[in-house]
Design a protein around this ligand. Structure first.
Ligand code: NAI
Length: 328
């Protein structure tokens, strides 16, 4: 109990928002005893739809939900927030080039970074789900110079969870028996889901699987292309699982990872594992009291090195492109 934690969600009237808000309001983040106040940001034309979502939130009568505020002004919505989940982003439209996409999102994340810098609570933590998530986080971080860089992360937890689920299906293990999964790099098709350090009931996962061809030709592409497979099957993109991963990531960041396990989070590279500084790169991290630390000292063989460098190269390219556009 105590004072409510103020949680901002952008793109709150979108698909992910429709799953995310109800779980936040029911206590999935910090338990049912910690009141939560929602601050929901949308663009003006989506505010009416958002009012409908708020009516439904009211109708759930969640005991945990201490208040809801909606609006289209980032400085009002982010005022005093302790956690900002930046979900809203501009999707790639027909005929849109990559540079157009980066520019459209650049405008959003520049403005939101500046607003957070100005009005968020001193302890604010920011998780970026909206794509291109890593580079959007870099833009927001660069535009919020007074917020410590380690408070910005981008979401690769969905990829992490997908990887655990695929490995469980392959080996017949329970998901709860799988520890130390790692997603390296970008939340994109170049990401590298790595099971060489993962454990299944305490045994090395790659040794249990004992099938390099499955890892290369099945596991990695299945995880990396899962988003496209869901669009193909469902006719729209993964929303409930993205919302679930957004909560998993924020919860573990705030409350800590269990002993003997870690999670994947995209954070500002400090040069660990030879990854260039100045990109938001997904690493294995442990968390405690709202702080994360990159897991150090993992052995990296040539196969992994190649994949880790390829996804880093894509992030460097994205960084150079947004630099060129004057967004960072
Ligand atoms: P959606 O299109 O249903 O919802 C996005 C919402 O953001 C819309 O309601 C839109 O009005 C709003 N929005 C746009 N600009 C805004 C701004 N400046 N301020 C506030 N709100 C704004 O999309 P959906 O399915 O909810 O996905 C949201 C984002 O999450 C997309 O970029 C998607 O690619 C990304 N995503 C990321 C995943 C990850 O693992 N990192 C997984 C799945 C989706």
């Amino acid at each position: 109990s105590g004072t409510p934690v103020k949680v901002a969600v952008t793109g709150a009237a979108g698909q992910i928002g429709y799953s995310l808000l109800f779980r936040l309001a029911s206590g999935a983040l910090l338990g049912p005893d910690r009141p939560i106040e929602l601050r929901l940001l949308e663009i003006t034309p989506a505010l009416k739809a958002l009012e409908g979502v708020v009516m439904e939130l009211e109708d759930c009568a969640f005991p945990t939900l201490a208040g809801v505020q909606i609006g289209d002004d980032a400085e009002q919505i982010f005022d005093g927030v302790n956690l900002a989940l930046l979900v809203g982003a501009r999707p790639r439209g027909p005929g849109m080039e990559r540079a157009d996409l980066l520019e459209a999102n650049g405008a959003i994340f520049t403005a939101q970074g500046k607003a957070l810098n100005k009005v968020a609570a001193d302890d604010v933590r920011i998780g970026v789900t909206g794509n291109p998530a890593n580079t959007n986080a870099l833009i927001a971080m660069t535009n919020a110079p007074d917020i410590p860089q380690e408070r910005f992360t981008a979401l690769t937890r969905l990829d992490h969870n997908r990887a655990i689920s695929q490995l469980a299906a392959k080996t017949g293990a329970a998901v709860s028996d799988i520890k130390k999964m790692t997603i390296w790099g970008n939340h994109s098709a170049t990401q590298y889901p790595d099971i060489f350090h993962a454990e299944i009931a305490g045994r090395n996962a790659a040794e249990v699987v004992d099938d390099q061809s499955w890892i290369e030709n099945d596991f990695i592409p299945t995880v990396a292309k899962r988003g496209a497979a869901i669009i193909e099957a469902r006719g729209s993109s993964s929303a409930a699982s993205a919302a679930s991963a957004t909560i998993d990531a924020a919860r573990d960041w705030l409350t800590g990872t269990p002993e003997g396990d870690w999670v994947s989070m995209a954070v500002a590279s400090d040069g660990s594992y030879g990854i260039p500084e100045g990109v938001i790169y997904s690493y294995p991290v442990t968390t405690r009291d709202g702080r994360w630390e990159i897991v150090q000292g993992l052995e990296v063989d040539d196969f992994s090195r190649g994949k880790m460098d390829a996804t880093a190269a894509e992030l460097v390219e994205e960084r150079d492109a947004v630099k060129e556009l004057g967004l960072i």
